[in-house]
Unconditional design. Structure first.
Length: 155
């Protein structure tokens, strides 16, 4: 099924300690991104808010090394931005965008994610049933890592 392309939606909400500006700074810190993006091997800035990435992701039929690009666009600090991700590797390609919105909530900040992605190649054919769960798992790992970092900073 090499011609298969499959779309999916990813959504989530996460609570960070601290005010929106602190959380914003953490979410856009290249070192935090490097440490928290699941499977990232390299994250190299090519221009402000644009990076080349190499990731190794291994879940069932979705194992592989992916080369891609990450960009942050439409910044409205410290309220929202759009994250663009694209990558390709042996099992196929992934492309997506996510709107990240920060809202103050007392002593903490609520971070909402609303994203859409497309998956193609063997990945789309083999992984349709698994992909939404895998995408949610990877997104949760990423944000839980960042939340733990923000707890250390807030302490």
């Amino acid at each position: 099924m090499p011609g298969t392309i499959w779309g999916m939606k990813v959504e989530g909400a996460y609570t960070f300690p601290g005010q929106p500006q602190q959380v914003w700074d953490l979410l856009l810190d290249p070192e935090s991104l490097r440490q928290c993006i699941p499977g990232v091997e390299t994250l190299t800035e090519t221009s402000p808010d644009h990076w080349d990435a190499v990731m190794k992701v291994g879940v069932a039929a979705i194992k592989g090394t992916y080369k891609g690009k990450v960009a942050i666009v439409d910044r409205q600090p410290p309220l929202n931005y759009t994250l663009q991700v694209e990558g390709s590797g042996g099992p196929g390609f992934v492309k997506g965008t996510a709107k990240i919105t920060l809202e103050p909530s007392g002593d903490s900040t609520s971070v909402k994610v609303d994203g859409d992605g497309q998956v193609g190649g063997m990945l789309a054919g083999v992984g349709q049933r698994m992909l939404p769960g895998v995408a949610k798992m990877l997104m949760n790992q990423f944000f839980e890592c960042l939340i733990n970092k923000s707890k250390v900073l807030a302490a």
